[in-house]
Design a protein around this ligand. Sequence first.
Ligand SMILES: Cc1cc2nc3c(=O)[nH]c(=O)nc-3n(C[C@H](O)[C@H](O)[C@H](O)COP(=O)(O)O)c2cc1C
Length: 275
Amino acid sequence: MEVKRVIGNRRSIRYYLPFRPVERWKVQKMLQAARLASCVGNVTVARAIVIWKDQASPELIKAITPPLGYQQMQTAPCFILWYHDKMSYEVNKWIDDLKNLAEQRRIGEDVEATKAIIERNLRPAFGAAWEQMAVAPLAFMDVGQAVAQATFVAWDEGLGTCLMSSPRLEQIGKLLNLPETAIPVCLMSVGYPAESWEAGGQTSKHPFEEIFFEMQHGKPFEEDSQVVEEMKQEGMLQEPAPLPWRDAELKYLSHALNLEWQLAIPGLAPREGEG
Ligand SMILES: Cc1cc2nc3c(=O)[nH]c(=O)nc-3n(C[C@H](O)[C@H](O)[C@H](O)COP(=O)(O)O)c2cc1C
């Protein structure tokens, strides 16, 4: 599928076909896409653990269940825990990764001269600051890049995904044998959508000109309407949610999948008629 159409088709999928397993080879392609993502100095911070629901203990599933995830947790056959390993930034490794970029003719022109600059200028700076840099916002961006690439490959393979966050993820280290240096970032559900591919329409986003600027903050990057039309033709911009039949689809899904209402937010009980 064209990349722009994949971007347009993607939306968070929260209902999956529970009886249809996800092929291991498709997950392998997703992980490979994550590995190929751009990342600071090619240090490769992003890590992932694939959790097959039918092989996971009830204790593990309970531990990874986020407050806003009852549909995904009850229906997805596969989950991926994406995490960050701070040791990717360890100074000697980081310097080696940078030198490796010089060897690959990615940075600099003259290999030896570039390596000498890295050694002379970057090693002292990184040596003093790598531990802080390993947990700075920029470092977590690497995980986002990796996850985004894996997401698009999932969509290209006909799968749906949803990212989920939970404060509990910080406590699952022992269950998954994570190293001390690991920082769980988010959980992704993966499966074949039980929803129609439109899933109620494209999720509406904040207006383009309110979030993107030209030359300075506050000066909107104005959209060209012809380009907007082109993006509609290419499938990147689609009918926004909710499509008129979305409520009926949700009702149908909830009954077909026999879902229990389980929004695990303390104090938030099911409303009359829900569940
Ligand atoms: C880091 C992250 C955490 C998220 N956590 C949850 C979650 O716990 N439960 C959920 O239903 N959706 C979660 N989402 C999905 C967002 O709600 C969704 O991406 C957003 O509403 C935009 O919709 P779209 O993905 O369909 O474009 C999360 C997304 C991200 C990127």
